[in-house]
Write a protein that binds this ligand. Structure first.
Ligand SMILES: Nc1ncnc2c1ncn2[C@@H]1O[C@H](COP(=O)(O)OP(=O)(O)OP(=O)(O)O)[C@@H](O)[C@H]1O
Ligand SMILES: [Mg+2]
Length: 229
């Protein structure tokens, strides 16, 4: 398995008020899974995804990535995981609008120290854009793209460092239904090619595109179902 959470909790404390956002999450994710995390607003979806992506730490419990406890990792190790193991896709795309499509997609290469690896990925950027159907927009500034095209750029940026796991938080939240469907097709294709994909969503259509659906309520998993067909 790639990741394993054992009784993970998260408590946020602000001005002496504390809030239990995650109340004991136990979860294993295997390589090649395609998972939706659903639940009402405030149920803890983003909190959970941020812990999985090493953007935030848990309050208690254990989080293991490929058998190793994340609690023991220093900041540098976590930063390299964020850049090399995880690919993040967000609702609002988080692109640099005045950069071109290519500049946005290749941005994460800035942190790649291995020169050969970096060059190889730079050379592969064109194929990646072609695969995402935005090759013809390579030199366009992203500000000028449609929402669906922007999300494809964001997916390209998430993929450039060949991550094992794609973590998407409401990737279709800013898109219309038809465009959402296209983006889910892109994620489905990536999963079929072997990427592990975790999508946070409150959209039943998006959840239905995934093979396994985990439902959160008040920081707890209330159901975890895998489609057999
Ligand atoms: N940094 C923070 N400080 C304090 N409370 C927080 C923080 N982040 C999240 N919370 C609280 O934790 C709970 C879970 O938040 P989270 O963002 O994980 O919900 P969500 O399921 O992603 O909701 P949505 O569907 O609206 O995005 C919420 O009640 C939220 O107010
Ligand atoms: Mg959220």
């Amino acid at each position: 398995m790639i990741i394993k959470l054992k009784d993970v909790t998260k408590k946020f404390t602000t001005n002496d008020l504390s809030f239990q956002a995650l109340a004991g999450i136990t979860l294993s994710v295997n390589e090649g899974e395609f998972i939706a995390i659903t639940g009402t607003s405030g149920s803890g979806k983003t909190t959970l995804l941020n812990i999985i992506g090493c953007l935030d730490g848990q309050t208690s419990g254990e989080y293991l990535i490929m058998g190793e406890s994340v609690g023991k990792f220093d900041e540098a190790r976590k930063a390299s995981l964020r850049n090399e193991v995880f690919g993040f896709v967000l609702q609002d795309f988080a692109l640099v609008e005045h950069y071109t499509v290519r500049q946005n997609v290749t941005l994460p290469l800035m942190y790649v120290k291995d020169k050969k690896k970096k060059k190889g990925r730079e050379n592969g950027a064109k194929d990646l854009l072609a695969k995402l159907g935005i090759e013809h927009k390579e030199k366009e500034r992203t500000a000028l793209l449609s929402g669906g095209q922007k999300q494809r750029v964001a997916i390209g940026r998430a993929l450039i460092n060949e991550p094992k796991l794609i973590l998407a938080d409401e990737p279709t939240g800013a898109l219309d239904q038809k465009t959402s469907k296209d983006i889910m097709e892109v994620l489905k294709k990536l999963n079929e090619e072997g990427k592990t994909v975790i999508v946070v969503t409150h959209d039943p259509f998006v959840a239905n595109c995934c093979k396994r659906v985990i439902q959160l309520e008040d920081g707890k998993i209330v159901s975890d179902t895998t489609r057999t067909a």
